[in-house]
Each structure stands twice: as C-alpha cells, then as structure tokens.
Design a protein around this ligand. Structure first.
Ligand SMILES: Nc1ccn([C@@H]2O[C@H](COP(=O)(O)OP(=O)(O)OP(=O)(O)O)[C@@H](O)[C@H]2O)c(=O)n1
Ligand SMILES: C[C@](O)(CO)[C@H](O)COP(=O)(O)O
Length: 249
C-alpha cells in the first residue's frame, strides 16, 4: 500500500473516503458493523470494492474502528482488490463527522475530487459512483445520489416517554428525497466545510449547504441502501445472491 495517487482521464484525481468506524448499535450486538460478514465477506470489503470499481478512483482511505485499524489493514491485504487503486487506513472518531474529517486529513496533496461513502452502503453500483464523479467533474461543488420517498413523512414533536407523538406537519412528498452515498465533492469545498461547520449533521452535503454552496442531486440506486437494522442484512444477502445468479458476481 502507498499514499501515491495517479492522474485519471480529465486530469482530476479522485479519492474515496470510507467512514467505517461506527459500532452498528441498531444492528444489534456483535463486531463493529463494517467488519460483519455479508455472504462470507466483510461489509467493508464490499464497500471498498464498490469504490475501487470506478476507474476514476485512484485512492481509497478507510476510516477504521479506532481499535480495529490493524484488522482492517490485514483484511485489505487478504482480499483481492484492483491493483490500480491505493489504500490507506486511519483510525476513526466518536461521530461520523469526526471520522470523515480524520479521513480527509489523511489525503495526500493533489486530490481534486473526494467521494465520501458509508461502509454501511456496501452494494452501491459502479454506475452510481461514476455518475456522482461526472457531475463533480462537470462543475458541481457537491453531488448527492438520491431517490424519491416511498413513504409519506410526518414532522412530529418527538416523544421521550413512549407516548403518542403529535403531528406538526406533513411535508409535500414530491419535494423530498432520500439521500445516499457516495456523496462527491470538490476537495477544497469539502475541506472548508469540515473546517467551518460545527453543527451536528448527518451527512457531508449538509455541511456544504451550510457554507452556502450549491448541492445537486443525481439519481440514486435501490441497491445503495444503508445496512442499519437486522432486516437490512437479509436484503443485502438477497441482493448479492441475485447478482451471483444474474451475472456470476
Ligand atoms: N463514529 C463513527 C460513526 C459512524 N461511522 C460510519 O458512518 C457510516 C454511517 O453510519 P451508520 O450507518 O449510522 O453506522 P453506525 O454509526 O455504525 O450505526 P449505529 O448508529 O446503528 O451505531 C457507517 O459506515 C459507519 O461506520 C464512522 O465512521 N464513525
Ligand atoms: C450519510 C447518510 O448515509 C445519508 O443518508 C446518512 O445520513 C447517515 O446517517 P446515520 O445516522 O449515520 O446512519
């Protein structure tokens, strides 16, 4: 492994930061979520392969569970990964935001475009990754894959004691999108966002919004869903089985 990066078509150098330091509390007891297996392969390796599948990505930075960096390094060494891609492993922080910042801090000079991709979205197709990169190359400072919602959404006063929650509003669903990763950024814009914005946020694009920069959406993909709860593991394994049946993946 080295931190060297290579130029790609169009002159832009693209790196992917994979925050993988979460515990996976909602998934239930066990190893850190990114290290749990999907059809025998750690979720993190699926996510790394999804980023490295893009020929534009020359460097992948994995932000590992703080006590798991050595294990992640040996997983990367033990699994087949594209030779054209370089890999770095850094320990993560207490929140997703801190982990992404630690990944950004590890990037070498010369990176133009950064993808931030959840290890918990191991099955994003390469066409989605490439669509995000292309939109950043075309000049958008921040690009997010997203899908329309299947459910109606209610705004409520959250209950703290299990009592029924009063509804405050029903936002018009046609104006809402569920956002996924990888989110793609002009490198300098994302660094500025992480240096400037201190509010708690749940994705990186929100930080860029708070800078006042334009965030745009491209179509997301059903298979880019986040493995959050136990049923998501069942779905992920079913998607892998379908891929294997369809094209020998
Ligand atoms: N301190 C943290 C917390 C989260 N993440 C990463 O951010 C991504 C999205 O987070 P989420 O799905 O919420 O993962 P967890 O925080 O592990 O889940 P939970 O909230 O259920 O514990 C995951 O790839 C997770 O590993 C991280 O790198 N560092
Ligand atoms: C970044 C993200 O995956 C976009 O949908 C999501 O916001 C992560 O949220 P989580 O609460 O850390 O699961």
């Amino acid at each position: 492994m080295s931190d060297e990066t290579r130029p790609v078509a169009g002159g832009a150098r693209t790196a992917a930061v994979i925050p993988a330091a979460g515990r996976g509390v909602r998934l239930g007891p066990g190893a850190p979520k990114a290290l749990r297996a999907l059809n025998g392969t750690p979720m993190l390796i699926h996510a790394v392969r999804a980023m490295a599948a893009s020929r534009a990505v020359s460097l992948v930075v994995v932000v590992a569970p703080p006590e798991g960096a050595a294990e992640v390094k040996s997983l990367l060494a033990d699994h087949a990964l594209p030779e054209r891609t370089d890999f770095l492993v850094v320990p993560g922080g207490d929140t997703r935001q801190e982990s992404v910042k630690l990944g950004l801090d590890a990037l070498p000079d010369g990176i133009d475009i950064v993808l931030v991709h959840d290890a918990a979205r191991p099955l994003v197709p390469v066409d989605t990754v490439d669509a995000v990169i292309e939109a950043v190359r075309d000049g958008a400072p921040a690009v997010v894959p997203a899908l329309p919602l299947a459910d109606t959404v209610k705004e409520v006063v959250p209950s703290t004691d299990g009592s029924p929650e009063p509804v405050v509003a029903t936002p018009a669903r046609a104006r809402l999108r569920a956002v996924q990763t990888p989110q793609g950024f002009d490198h300098a814009t994302l660094v500025r966002a992480h240096e400037t914005v201190t509010d708690d946020v749940t994705d990186d694009a929100s930080m860029v919004e708070k800078l006042g920069a334009q965030v745009v959406l491209v179509p997301g993909h059903e298979e880019a869903f986040k493995v959050t709860r136990p049923l998501d593991l069942v779905l992920a394994e079913a998607v892998l089985a379908r891929r294997r049946a369809n094209d020998g993946f």
